[in-house]
Design a protein around this ligand. Sequence first.
Ligand SMILES: Nc1ncnc2c1ncn2[C@@H]1O[C@H](COP(=O)(O)OP(=O)(O)OP(=O)(O)O)[C@@H](O)[C@H]1O
Ligand SMILES: [Mg+2]
Length: 312
Amino acid sequence: MIIKVQDLGKEFNGTTALDGISFRVKTGEVFGLLGPNGAGKTTTVKIMSTMLLPDDGIVEIGGYDVLRRPQKVRAMVDIITARDKFYRRLTAYQNMSFFSRLYGVESWKDKMEDYGERLGLEKKDYEKRLADYSTGMRQKLNLVRNLIRDTPILFLDEPTLGLDPVSSRKFRSLLKDIMDREEKTVIFTSHNMFEVEELCERIAILNKGRITSVGEPRELKKRIFPKRLVEFTLAKEDVLNLRDNAIDHIEKKGNKVRVYLEDGDRIHEVIEKIVNNVRVSDLSVKEPTLEEAFIRHTEEDERDQEEATSWM
Ligand SMILES: Nc1ncnc2c1ncn2[C@@H]1O[C@H](COP(=O)(O)OP(=O)(O)OP(=O)(O)O)[C@@H](O)[C@H]1O
Ligand SMILES: [Mg+2]
């Protein structure tokens, strides 16, 4: 385990930001922290990169305690957030030359141009001062800076914020490429379900300073939102008379029908029953997206907590 977080707690002026979270990350794993605004994602990542001190609990990075050996931790980690560390008045080349000297990186220029090209930066951009960079360009250069430094652990705190869809896809594809080739451990925070599902091997869902679920994206979806949905259009004169204990409920609007399944494993039997009984067209099976799962789970979690506190 390269990252161990145990019962981590953090307060800001009496407000609880982290309420005792625990998780572990293996070397080379891409781990996602997924949660709505204010869930505690940035706070967690900042504590892991020694930018903030924890109030309670233990955080170990590569076997080093963040409180006792912060220098050791700092040498292993890098963090990319929506805010970058560049000097506005310097050009990209000058910035990167400065950082490379700071971190003792060799042949930085070749690496910079290689990684930059794959993200859609051009050589002429490197002559520009950072003050003249767009958000997206700055964010790309930020990733390039990290790739040049090449730490074993990388924290990405909503790195695609402010990128357009095309740049965001390029950014993810470069990340994926790097993660496939190198034994880099990555913690990725986001409220974009799609990118978390695409990039991460495991996800923790964080809500109001607590982890409500940890698991593989597929497994998590199944656990949190196991129902599947069969949609179809019914021939006008047909009447649907469907009974099966795998069915949770049926919605009908005109001749459009939605069958919600309680038990997704029996979907084929249900479909067979439908097509044997009535004439249908446009039949399709929908799988819940992580986004739906996430919203539902957060709502359920809030309801559970309200129910719990109403007894107190
Ligand atoms: N420096 C601070 N001072 C006071 N409160 C803070 C500070 N930093 C974070 N908080 C509070 O801690 C909680 C968690 O914030 P955090 O920034 O970790 O959430 P987040 O999951 O990163 O949210 P977002 O998706 O909006 O970035 C929030 O209630 C926030 O208001
Ligand atoms: Mg944040």
